[in-house]
Each structure stands twice: as structure tokens, then as C-alpha cells.
Design a protein around this ligand. Structure first.
Ligand code: BGC
Length: 756
């Protein structure tokens, strides 16, 4: 029998410390003492006057009058020091108690300096860099008046059909937790009163990335053990790092929508995790509980406040029904006071109660937004996010004197560089690939032809073009486009084809059931691959794609996601070899949609298939491999890395309570390069079925050509804990297998035995 370490005492104390009222802030209490019930409810109301991106069908009306009346706690979709000052003046000078507003925004991957989409950023596996991008985003956004960010989005997703996979850090809870922490640190740093920092919102609590069928806003159903071990850790990590607010998700959990789910918002978030900040709903998600079947607007608003939701985004259910619910005794005034206190405490944390205009310094935008320094960070972040998926005949890197045919619908395009959820960015500022090539390799001969439309289907284009022209279908026929490209190819030494998804083919409300490259572009790729010229595919997308055909073609493939404002320069940096690609996939790429969900950390079955060879009565498919096309953690480099001497220090813990797994990594190729060295373990026996592999550590190291380095991972009992069937966070002693490699598809290389 294994010894199970039940941490009931820990749980008890966590709950206890939460129950003991948090230290009260006199300034907040004094305000609360003066507030009427209506004014308290007003603090729980978040509105958007429009002008930004509205992701629901509703935009708030009469916002100014409501602010004057003390009916608004915060707004979003408003920016610039002047406009924010005006809004604050409305609240401070015209409402009875003069309470300033929270000013929210979705600053998801950069403000005006747009960084790669989050899935791309996570592929850098560089936490310092990710933190730096969040810090830059905070500096820019706060310069424009914003004090509250609706980021980081930390939803784990194992379903690339879901468009919002672009917005997160991929499939793994361990990596996702590191990314979540890095982003919270970047936004909030260690002091929210500083004018360059803003409140981070961890979203979307919870499990939004597990929508059934990969369809956005769809229902979710999941076992508690899976939830606790595989989906919840990044939210908890962001909260442990100090994230001051949480946003609920649209989906239900155990049949209760997140915005009205007491188990989620109180039992788990507050009592178990000790969260002390405030919780905001997603866009009209309180009202959407009507469609979920939870009652009318008064019912769902009461459900939400009683569950522990503090602020209602856009829907105004709180504003219009809570007073009545108090009068009818369905909601207590105390429940409303608690929520209002949390909003006021957030304003206090920001220093707004003392200085409502601290984010309205008109000299800041010029000084702090889109600086050369920030653009440099964007260029570096983009290059670090690229993943070299396939090398062919050493075509890459290209000579800076080459004669290049640059083709493809995304090769000379500003509208698709920023990626999804970049409402604060400006596509016209982005560097297309053609321009980047000319900047970085002025002596190369670069000739451009579009070659194909992103899609030839006008109906599809209409759906994708909601925020502006993303798929522009040429007047020329597909045949003419192709011919032009092949003429350009004829005269070139090498072909670079920039192909893939338009930005709004991923992101919110952009689910796909086919996640391959659209047929219009596939035709171009096939022709190019038969041209006899070396071909490089630069592949853009907001999700893992199914590209089994392209992987078989004699081409090199560089995955660049949607790279942000410095797209063209960063792609040129990598294509011409100034930077060696070092990104690794943070989500598995399947062969086909039928394999989904597919992820490296699947739990073992009782009938695992030993190989790709079909065996009857084993867990496999008749018509598809079981392995993915490209595994989590995978990514090549212009150089080669060899791993040797992988070993464990000892079977017993050292004086620091750790064992050390180490490996020597050598750069055996001709280029200097960076490698993400990854440690995976497998818990051989435990009380609930273990994942086949679990990432437990990674280090990104820089090795000059010919150089080698020993990398060490310190593992403690804490690192090997998991949530058991009773949801206790435990270590179960026993045997663990491990390997250290540059991808998750390595073989186990050793074992260690750990008794506590
Ligand atoms: C999204 C959130 C976002 C909110 C406000 C919603 O549709 O799900 O992620 O923060 O809109 O813009």
C-alpha cells in the first residue's frame, strides 16, 4: 500500500485564513459606510461605450449618464489620456461620492507594439522574454489610460479546432503555469500603484479551452481529477503570483455556468485557493445564463452574486435587478457590500482613490508607446516564437545575395500580421514579409507574386472579414494568380512561400472543423514543390494545423504563427540566418482532425498499442496513426543538438530535499543556437492512472557551434505531487521513469525511486 499524504491541515488553514476577514482598508470602509445600496450595485457594473471591439451583440448605452448617476464601476474600450481623464472627471466630479473608474482593456499580446499571438509567445519557452513583453504591454497601455488588463488568458486547450487556442499557451499545465506567472509579473510587477503597471485578469475561469467539439462557447464536462491535474493549475499559478482579478468563462461546469457557479467562484477560488481580488464576468455571460436555462435576468443575476461574482460585464443584470432581489430577500445587502468592497479595494490597490488621474498623463503616449526599444523587443519575441518544423537539403538559412521568388497570399500583406485579439494594435504599422526581406537582405533579388488567395470562397471570406479585410479575393482568377507565381519562380534560385491562415481564421468565434491549409493555397504549394527549385514554406496560423501532405513534400517549413507588428523583419532575421530558430511547439500537431483530442500527456490505457503497426484489440485506429504528426516540445534548429550522459544523481533526496537529473547537450552542427532542454517523467504506479509523460522542467540554453553543456534539473517531492481521487494534493512514493530531450517524443532513459 502506498502512503498517502493527506494535506487536510493545509486545506483547513487555507480556508481558515480566508474566513478570517482580510485586513480592512480604512479608506475603502469609510467609502462603503457612505454608500447607498444603489451606489454599491453601481460599482459592480462594467460597461463599454463602444468604439472598441464588441464581442457580443450588445454595446452599452447612456454610459455618461450612468457614470454621473454613480451606476458604473468601470468601463472598457476607451483609451488615450484625454478620454480617460474625461471619463474619470465624469465619475469624480459628477457622481455623488466621486469614485474613480476602473479602465479595462484586452491587451492580449501587446498594446500598440503588437507581439506574436500568445500561442506563438509560449513557443519561445522563454519566460523572461514573455514577462518582458507583458511589461512593455503594461507600459504602453497605462500610458494610454488603461489600468486593468483582461489578460492573461491561460485556458489549457487540447483542441486545435477551437479558435481561441491562439490566445493561450497550449496544452500543458506545467508550461502554462510558468507562462501565466510570467505574464502576471510583467503586467503587475511588484507594485500596482506604479503608473506603468496594471491589474492582470486571469481568464477564463474555468476550463473554457475544453469546449465540446472545439466549438466556441460550447459546454464543457470533465472529471474533477482531470480538472485539478490538467486544467486548473495555470489559473491557480496566476493567482499565486498575485493576479488581482479573475474573469469567468462562458461555459458551464458540472451543469452550472461559470458566472453562477458557487463551487467554482467561492469554494474553489476563495476558500481553497485563497483568492482575495475581484471576479468579473465575461461579456454578457450573466445574461447568457438565461439561454443556458438558469432562469430570467433577475434569477441569473442573483445566482451570480450569490455564487461569488463581483462585477457584471456589459449585461447590466446586476444594475437592473439586484436592488429588487435585496428587497425581496433573495440577496442580502451584505453580499452586495462584499462585492463592492472588492471593487473598491482594487481601485485602492491602483492608487486611484488618491489620484484618479494618474493614468492620464498626456506626455506619456509619445514617450512610452511604440518606442524603438519596444519594437526591438517585438522583433526578438517574434523570431523566438518561430518553430522550424522541417529541414530539407539545407535550404535554410538563405544567402543574402540569393534570387528569391517570394510568393503566397501572406507574403505582402499588412492585414494579417498582428493576429487575433489585437484590437489595440494597428495593422498599418506592421512590416510585411516583402519589406522585411528588403530591409534585412538589401542585396538579394526579391520578386513577389501573390500566387493564390487565402481562400477562393467569398462566403468564407465574408465570415473572416468581420474586423476588416483579411481574405481579399483577387480579381484575377486562381489560374492567373498561379501562373504569375510560376513565372516568378522560373527566374529564381529559391522560392519562399508565405501561406496559411488569415488572422480571423483563429481566435474568438473562429472554430474550424478542417484545420488544414485552405485548398486554394495547397494547389500553389504542390506546384511550387514540383518546380525543381528549393522551396521554403513560411507557415502562418493561430493554431496547430494538419499538414501531413506538406510534411511529405521536398520543402523546408518554418512555422511563424501570427508574428505581430515586426513580422517581416523577424521572419527575414530567421530566414537569412541572423537568428537561428529555437521555438518548440506547445501544442501537439495532429495528422488529422479525427485524432483530436491528442496531446503528449495522455493517461495510459489498459491496452496501449506498442507501435504504429495495427494490432487488433489495442488502442489504435484502422485508418490513422496514433502518434501525432508533430509532438509537443518539437522544433528543429539550423544546427543539431545531441543529448548524452542522461542520469540521476541518486535515489535518495539530497540535503536540499531534491534529486538531480542531468544531461549533457552538445551543439554538433555549424551554427550557434539555442535549445529548449526538456525533462519528462512518468510516475509508474499511483492511485489514479498517470499521464504517460509529464513535463517537469525545461531550460533554454545557448550553445555555440561545437560547444556542450551539462544541464541539471532539481526535483523535489513537491514537483511530483498530484491531485488524487479525493482531490488531495499528494506525493505517492515509488518508481519514476525519466528522460531529457529536445521534444516530448523521447524514450525513457532511467528511473529513480523516491520514498518521502
Ligand atoms: C472575451 C473575453 C474578453 C471580453 C471583453 C469576450 O468576448 O471572451 O476574453 O476579455 O470579451 O472584450
Amino acid at each position: 500500500m502506498k502512503k498517502i499524504n493527506i494535506s487536510l491541515t493545509v486545506l483547513f488553514f487555507m480556508g481558515f485564513s480566508w474566513l478570517q476577514a482580510q485586513e480592512r482598508i480604512p479608506q475603502v470602509e469609510e467609502l462603503l459606510g457612505k454608500m447607498t445600496l444603489e451606489e454599491k450595485i453601481g460599482q459592480l457594473n462594467l460597461l463599454t461605450p463602444g468604439g472598441g471591439v464588441a464581442t457580443g451583440s450588445v454595446v452599452s448605452e447612456d454610459v455618461e449618464a450612468k457614470i454621473r448617476a454613480g451606476n458604473v464601476g468601470g468601463i472598457f474600450g476607451v483609451s488615450s489620456p484625454e478620454k480617460v481623464r474625461q471619463a474619470q472627471e465624469l465619475a469624480v466630479k459628477n457622481s455623488r461620492l466621486g469614485i474613480p473608474l476602473l479602465i479595462g482593456s484586452d491587451v492580449i499580446h501587446g498594446y500598440k507594439t503588437t507581439f506574436p499571438i500568445p500561442l506563438g509567445l509560449s513557443s519561445s519557452w522563454d519566460m523572461d522574454l514573455i514577462e518582458e513583453t507583458a511589461k512593455v504591454a503594461a507600459r504602453e497601455a497605462t500610458a494610454d489610460g488603461i489600468n486593468w488588463n483582461f489578460s492573461p488568458m491561460v485556458d489549457i486547450s487540447r483542441d486545435p479546432r477551437w479558435g481561441r487556442v491562439a490566445e493561450g499557451a497550449g496544452e500543458d499545465a506545467y508550461l502554462g503555469s510558468q507562462v501565466a506567472r510570467a505574464m502576471v509579473r510583467g503586467y503587475q510587477q511588484d507594485d500596482l500603484t506604479r503608473p506603468e503597471t496594471m491589474i492582470a485578469t486571469v481568464k477564463h475561469l474555468a476550463l473554457y479551452g475544453a469546449s465540446e467539439g472545439g466549438r466556441d462557447y460550447n459546454r464543457v464536462d470533465m472529471s474533477r481529477t482531470k480538472m485539478f491535474n490538467e486544467y486548473l493549475p495555470p489559473y491557480k499559478a496566476a493567482i499565486d503570483e498575485g493576479a488581482a482579478s479573475v474573469m469567468t468563462s462562458f461555459n458551464d461546469i458540472d451543469g452550472v455556468p461559470a458566472s453562477g457557479n458557487k463551487w467554482l467562484l467561492t469554494d474553489l477560488l476563495r476558500e481553497r485557493w485563497g483568492f482575495e481580488g475581484f471576479v468579473v464576468s465575461d461579456y454578457t455571460s450573466v445574461n447568457e445564463m438565461i439561454a443556458h436555462g438558469m432562469g430570467d435576468l433577475q434569477d441569473v443575476s442573483a445566482l451570480a452574486i450569490k455564487a461569488g461574482l463581483d462585477m457584471d460585464m456589459v449585461g447590466e443584470g446586476f444594475l437592473t435587478t439586484l436592488q429588487k432581489s435585496v428587497e425581496e430577500g433573495r440577496v442580502s445587502e451584505e453580499e452586495i457590500t462584499i462585492a463592492a468592497r472588492r471593487i473598491l479595494e482594487a481601485k485602492h490597490k491602483l492608487g486611484l482613490l488618491d489620484d484618479p488621474y494618474k493614468y492620464s498623463d498626456e506626455s506619456r503616449p509619445e514617450r512610452d508607446i511604440l518606442t524603438d526599444e519596444h519594437r526591438k523587443t517585438a522583433r526578438k519575441a517574434a523570431a523566438s516564437s518561430f518553430v522550424l518544423l522541417k529541414k530539407h537539403n539545407n535550404t535554410l538559412p538563405l544567402s543574402k545575395n540569393a534570387k528569391i521568388a517570394l510568393v503566397g497570399p501572406l507574403a505582402n500583406d499588412k492585414n494579417n500580421m498582428l493576429g487575433t485579439w489585437a484590437p489595440t494594435g494597428d495593422p498599418s504599422l506592421s512590416i510585411p514579409i516583402l519589406e522585411g526581406f528588403r530591409n534585412v537582405a538589401p542585396n538579394a533579388t526579391v520578386t513577389y507574386a501573390k500566387g493564390a488567395n487565402i481562400s477562393d470562397d467569398p462566403e468564407y471570406a465574408k465570415k473572416v472579414n468581420v474586423f476588416g479585410p483579411r481574405i481579399e479575393i483577387s480579381e484575377e482568377s486562381p489560374e492567373e494568380l498561379l501562373k504569375e507565381a510560376m513565372d516568378v519562380v522560373e527566374n529564381a534560385d529559391v522560392v519562399v512561400a508565405v501561406v496559411g491562415e488569415a488572422t480571423e481564421m483563429s481566435g474568438e468565434a473562429a472554430s474550424r472543423t478542417e484545420i488544414s491549409i485552405p485548398e486554394s493555397q495547397k494547389k500553389l504549394i504542390r506546384e511550387l514543390s514540383q518546380s525543381g527549385k528549393p522551396v521554403v514554406l513560411v507557415l502562418m496560423s493561430g493554431r496547430p494545423l494538419t499538414i501531413p501532405e506538406e510534411m511529405q513534400l521536398p520543402v523546408s517549413i518554418l512555422q511563424v504563427w501570427h508574428p505581430g507588428v515586426e513580422a517581416g523583419n523577424a521572419i527575414a532575421d530567421v530566414v537569412f540566418g541572423d537568428i537561428n530558430p529555437s521555438g518548440k511547439l506547445t501544442a501537439t500537431w495532429p495528422h488529422n482532425v479525427g485524432q483530436i483530442p491528442i496531446y503528449y500527456g495522455m493517461r495510459t490505457t489498459g491496452r496501449p498499442a506498442a507501435s504504429e503497426e495495427f494490432e487488433k484489440f489495442k488502442s489504435n485506429y484502422l485508418d490513422s496513426p496514433i502518434a501525432p504528426l508533430l509532438p509537443f516540445g518539437y522544433g528543429l534548429s539550423y544546427t543539431n543538438f545531441e543529448y548524452s550522459d542522461v542520469k540521476v544523481s541518486d535515489n535518495t533526496l539530497n540535503s536540499n530535499g531534491e534529486i538531480i537529473v542531468s544531461a549533457t547537450v552538445a551543439n554538433t552542427g555549424e551554427y550557434d543556437g539555442e535549445e529548449v532542454v526538456q525533462l519528462y517523467i512518468h510516475d509508474k504506479v499511483r492511485s489514479i492512472t498517470p499521464p504517460m509523460k509529464e513535463l517537469k522542467g525545461f531550460q533554454k540554453i545557448n550553445l555555440k557551434a561545437g560547444e556542450s553543456q551539462t544541464v541539471e534539473f532539481n526535483i523535489s517531492v513537491e514537483d511530483l505531487k498530484f491531485y488524487n481521487g479525493n482531490l488531495e494534493y499528494v506525493f505517492e512514493p515509488g518508481e519514476f521513469e525519466f528522460f531529457v530531450a529536445g521534444s516530448s517524443d523521447g524514450e525513457f532513459q532511467g528511473t529513480f525511486n523516491l520514498e518521502e
